[in-house]
Design a protein around this ligand. Sequence first.
Ligand SMILES: [Zn+2]
Length: 204
Amino acid sequence: MHLIPNQEEVVSVLRDTGALRDGHFEYSNGLHSNEYLQVALAMRYSQYQRMLSVGLSRLLRANPEIRAILPELSIVAPATAGLPVAYGVCEAIRARQVYWAERERDDQPLRFRQFVEPQPGEPVLLVDDILRSGAKLMALKSMLDAAGAKVVGLAVIIYQPTPDTLDFGSLPLYYLAKLDASYYVHGRACELCKRGEPLEKVWV
Ligand SMILES: [Zn+2]
């Protein structure tokens, strides 16, 4: 295993832990895929939680701009899947603090816990287990921007872009592995549907 696990090593952890599965899946947004990934299944095991978040932190530490602001850096994550990564990274790079945003119900906006207030000029690294649609991370970035905090980058274990992934512009993106599902399409265009492959609905 490399100090920063490479693509193959990360994928092998995901497969061994059942976090990465082959099949025929329908996501809640209606997209179909031949692959399902839920990093939380790998994060069940503390040795992998540590390996992946420490690997990501080494990637971050290699960047001089990030290294220079570590003592002031806040790690901010969407709850709950981002938390094991956020705490692992924070501990490894000795950042200042971790906080998160959550929603009480699915139809409500993300919010921080009471008395958690991002400060104007506060350097913030957004962290999550995966960047796929980017919807939660974008909402989080807007909340931090509105408070005057300075979002300096985005760090995830897995970058898995889809046709709907939001554009974070010039914000630096750090990730351990990039996974391309062989396709993501709407149901009516799905080859697996046409072949009658059994469909599994996924909610995360
Ligand atoms: Zn399908």
